[in-house]
Write a protein that binds this ligand. Sequence first.
Ligand SMILES: [Zn+2]
Length: 322
Amino acid sequence: MLKDTLIKLVSIPGPSGFEDACAAYIAEEIKPYVDEIKKDVMGNLICVKKGKGGKRIMLCGHMDQIGFMVTAIEKDGFLRVTNLGGVNPVNMQAQHVVMKSGAKGIVFTETGNDKAMFIDIGAENAEEAKKLASVGDWAVIDGVVTEMGNRISAPYMDDRCGCAVVLETMKNLKETDNEVVAVFTTQEEVGLRGATTAGFTVDPDMAIALDVTLAQDVPSVKKTAYVVSELGKGAAIKIMDRGIISHPSVVAAMKEAAEKAGIPYQMEVLTAGSTDVGAIHKGRSGVASGCISIPCRYVHAPCETIDLRDLQGAVDLLLNLL
Ligand SMILES: [Zn+2]
């Protein structure tokens, strides 16, 4: 079930550059539904379902999460950390974390300097701390999954919910003329790095990314005419973000598929941020690309919240498109 897959996926630690555990889980799950699975040098998991002479369509969701990396171990046992990806210390501080070693801790910021983050793993001195962590080790938020009716909240909906959509789509995809290549990418949060090489390897005729976008239907956002997306109004068809202007043919095909099948959708113009197709569409001699986005509140906070109907809508839209 889509929800169960999502809950499992958000619970596997895997910050940028360290996505192996997530890739191993997905490889096992997707195996019965594809003809070929390979992993490239960058750690991208590339899963091919052969077609019958049609086009090659690449789907991608990024496996990596934002998190922290240890830069130093203090005499008193605290770990100094830097960010892996777009960490906003205001959103991430005072949270429980899990370290590469499995040790649990708390991330906090120095009083009066909310950019200086440290992790407390309960060590009383450097010697104790070094048994649980080394310079270069990662940490991620060790958050809870909260189910609230149709909505569900957890750290790392970005972009494990995109991975869940791609996985669920491959599980339910019937034979098609098109070859469909599901790629679970690495290092998106540090600059679309995995997608850059995966796009070259796959060499698709069309690429579609699955990622979250900002849902701004919350009290903290001043209500203006412009809201990127809202929860529960359907998956969003991206027209533009800061990394791509979606190919008009891809946008048109998505709209047509949604309308034919009666799947609710919204249109997305995002004035900040980008995702994997931002790199892929500029590869080789260009790739017609677009994105189906899952509206998400509190992006890059530990309580990223989506609506399960939008998630299922994204799967339905893909199944009607491919
Ligand atoms: Zn993302």
